[in-house]
Design a protein around this ligand. Structure first.
Ligand SMILES: [Zn+2]
Length: 294
């Protein structure tokens, strides 16, 4: 909190340099009363966006980055970024212009984004700059005489396109025969912004476009699918990946499976037949042995 100048001894119409937004109707009065977290007995109902003119002291107040600020630290961004900051005040009433700079990667050098800005925002096309680098921003205010005030943040964000690779089903393989249960397994989808990924599993009859959801929001990359009442037939299975914020999703290609439920019963019969045959062999062996001995 910094109180630059007051009109009266009352607690009203002051300039508080940490209370400059919002001013939606641009009347240079902040829309919300200033309370300073209860430190003031009476809130200032009409805090000023600009400091009062003062012919004795030449002060240029510091602008502060509103976006991107610390809330985007270690985050990601891509595309058009609207950078915003609080207005700077010049007590001599000089015209104030802003310039924006950034550091790229590990470099300490400030690179110019835009100079001679008269507004308190700037649209920056981040898809046109070096990708996969960390950026930190600095806003500088300059009056048309000698004063300059800058605000730099240590917070940095990475400019990178947000993509999600397709999950790839590797089990079952295409045209595999399956019985009434099977495991569907897929390679994880990778989110370029390091978001967690969730999966949904679908099936459709071969040749149909009516995909039925089997399971949603799976964290695992394996799902045990049970077809108790599915008629034998050819089905397609697909997996869809979503990033946790549901900003993007991606489909696997479909895998066709042939469901043959008789396979289960056949397996059972094979086991029984093998057991019976084995028993017969043993019985015959002992009968022969006894016959020889007698
Ligand atoms: Zn000035």
């Amino acid at each position: 909190m910094q109180l630059l100048a007051t009109l009266s001894t009352s607690n009203s119409s002051n300039y508080w340099n940490d209370w400059l937004i919002p001013d939606s109707n641009s009347d240079n009065i902040v829309d919300l009363p200033y309370t300073s977290d209860g430190a003031l007995a009476n809130p200032d109902e009409s805090p000023q966006v600009y400091a009062y003119l003062n012919k004795d002291i030449h002060i240029l107040t510091q602008p502060t980055l509103l976006f991107p600020n610390e809330s985007l630290d270690s985050g990601y961004y891509y595309g058009l970024m609207t950078i915003t900051w609080t207005p700077s005040s010049d007590t001599f009433g000089h015209e104030v212009r802003y310039s924006l700079h950034c550091t790229i990667g590990e470099s300490d050098t400030w690179e110019l984004i835009e100079s001679d800005i008269s507004t308190t925002w700037h649209s920056w096309n981040t898809s046109a700059v070096l990708q996969d680098r960390k950026y930190s921003l600095r806003i500088t205010a300059q009056c048309n005489e000698e004063l300059t005030r800058a605000y730099a943040t240590n917070a940095s964000f990475t400019i990178r396109e947000h993509t999600l690779s397709a999950p790839i089903i590797f089990d079952p393989i295409d045209r595999q025969l399956v019985a009434s249960t099977m495991n569907i397994k897929w390679e994880p989808a990778i989110d370029s912004w390091n978001h967690n990924v969730l999966y949904s599993v679908f099936y459709a009859l071969e040749g149909s476009n009516e995909w039925v959801t089997i399971e949603e929001e799976l964290e695992s990359t394996t799902y045990r699918f049970y077809f108790p009442n599915f008629p034998d037939g050819t089905y397609m299975v697909r997996v869809r990946a979503f990033d946790e914020s549901r900003l993007i999703s991606n489909w696997s290609s479909e895998v066709t499976i042939v469901v043959v439920q008789i396979l289960d019963e056949l397996t059972g019969i094979t086991v029984s037949v093998t057991l019976v045959l084995s028993l017969l062999v043993i019985v015959v062996y002992f009968l022969k042995k006894r016959f020889r001995e007698s």
